[in-house]
Design a protein around this ligand. Sequence first.
Ligand code: CUK
Ligand code: CUA
Length: 670
Amino acid sequence: MGTVVKSKERVSRRTMMKGAAGAGATGLAVGVGTRMNGGGEVKASALQSSVEEIAEARGLTPDDITAALKTYVPSGVHDDFLIFSSGGQSGQVLVIGVPSMRLLKVIAVFAPEPWQGFGFSNDTWDVLAGGEVDGKVLTCGDTHHPGLSETEGQYDGQFLFINDKANARIGVIDLRDFETKQIVKNPHIISNHGGTFVTPNTEYIIDGSQYAAPHAWQYAPIENYADEYRGAMTFWKFDRDAGRIAQDQSFSVELPPYWNDLADAGKGPSMGWMFSNTFNTELSYGSGGGDAPPVEVGASQRDMDYLTVINWEKAAEVVAAGRAEEVNGMPMIPMGVAVEEGLLWFVPEPKSPHGADVTPDGKYIVVSGKLDPHVTIYSFEKIQQAIADGKYEPDAYGVPVLDFEACMEAQVELGLGPLHTQFDDQGLAYTSLFLDSGIARWKVGGEGVDDGWKLIDMIPMQFNTGHICVAEGDTVSPAGQYLIGMNKWALDRFHPVGPLLPQNFQLVDITGDQMQLLYDMPIGIGEPHYVQMIKSERLENIWEVYPEVGWDTINQAPSEFATQIGQERIERDGENVTIYMTTIRSTIRPDYIELQKGDKVTLHLTNVELAHDATHGFTMPGQDINLSIEPGETTTVSWVADTAGTYPYYCTEFCSALHLEMMGYLLVTP
Ligand code: CUK
Ligand code: CUA
């Protein structure tokens, strides 16, 4: 249904593209037509010859020119889409415009970031401290999977979540100001991977354990792996009104000590369920100090691993009924209870599976096998039927393993090292091929679809593609149009910058009959894993300035330390000194502070401006302090004046003509 019409659209787009490319620069220039330039009209022919000259001088092919025309976004014009990209080892999130691939922001999440003052002010340090592990505040992380909040299975532009794989933490970013408001540490597991994936109305944020460990990462000898080590699938409850994860309403389902990888939430007919691919069902833990094979060998022995299938709606009921156990302060449903309640199932998955992606209609789950050239497609309906028909055998932990053939809908051979799959608006799927360095495009099958479950074409990537992203390609209604291949290796793509190379995002036009590579963007801050691409128009709640002067940006409410112009003061109570400071172009008030050595200082800083972009910075020499105070914001920083001396403090944003004069002196008397 609809396929015929859509394929016609495809043909017409293709004809257009071919026309443009085939006619070369000349044809293109005519297509561009005329444009007003400096009050006069430039004749098409003049433009044409100058395009030809530029193309020749720069050695550009007609394909290069089409690519340039498809990605160029003129000054002052905004991009149609934004991507939110994990920043890998940087611990941060990148915001990039599409199709221009202009980097707009790096949002600080798990690592301090001086420009935003993140981790330098007291309140942002408290956000970082919310994710402390064993009493230690961490200043790095390994972000993998950003998850935009959803309403009815479509991005709603309100919140963004991101996991820290290294320490099993989740960050919550408010998309009104693009700042991190909360970091939670998973009390059950020490490393995660299958997160963050949201359920269709952001009821829960899914967070699956990666490397098995005893509950709450307690000590247990490695030989006790099979008996004492465990996995878990955590469901973080999200309180949208509070803009916070509600840990007291969150829970986990205990799993065998297999390693959980990528996950996805069911939708439509599979609403209420979730799916995660799971590997190392061999229970390998490496040598363990003995002769056992290393993990990469030990964990690749079996032909089949498992797709983990959990009914999370049922799990929430089971927790509410009091059948979960309290583990390290948060409920966990024991495996035995999960099996008894019929909420936990496994389905065999071929060879070292990676990626579990639910089709937009919620009917199928696509899984790749890193060591298998196929993607395997499971039918949710068939899984339910297999459960009803009792087609299962328990695994070593008593978890029912459903019959593979009974649940499998199709397998499509795509190429070597398939990893991740996304969907477009034309009923097509795209799967990254890590080993083949490419992206395979294939047709999703199912009822009423002719010629489904079939490979259509491929586009080469440079090089070793991990995740891919189609615009809104993991929602119920993908936008299609663009695809980004997230390549692990860049090799020769960019000018060398030493032995450590950036990763390479490649933007691909997927509207045509043939996919066209448009742009390479180096990512020089860490290794991104996943991105989500959202239509810019969905991000309609972004604030230009904070709602009022004196705003607590963490709690998104008026600050009790708000300071208006004329209220600036220095209060002393013994050795405790509290400073109420304001910033406005081009003054910091007070501009003179005298302290005694040993004073404990608390500085409340309010940017009293409400003009768009009138941000002031603040740095205090010798104290490792760097703050950003956006229009309206009140922020606080504390330190001990432990060294006598003379310290000029100043505004670090070039905010005005007299910005260099925006300073003050702090003197600490011996
Ligand atoms: S993983 Cu990195 S390429 Cu963390 Cu989603 Cu597959
Ligand atoms: Cu404020 Cu420079």
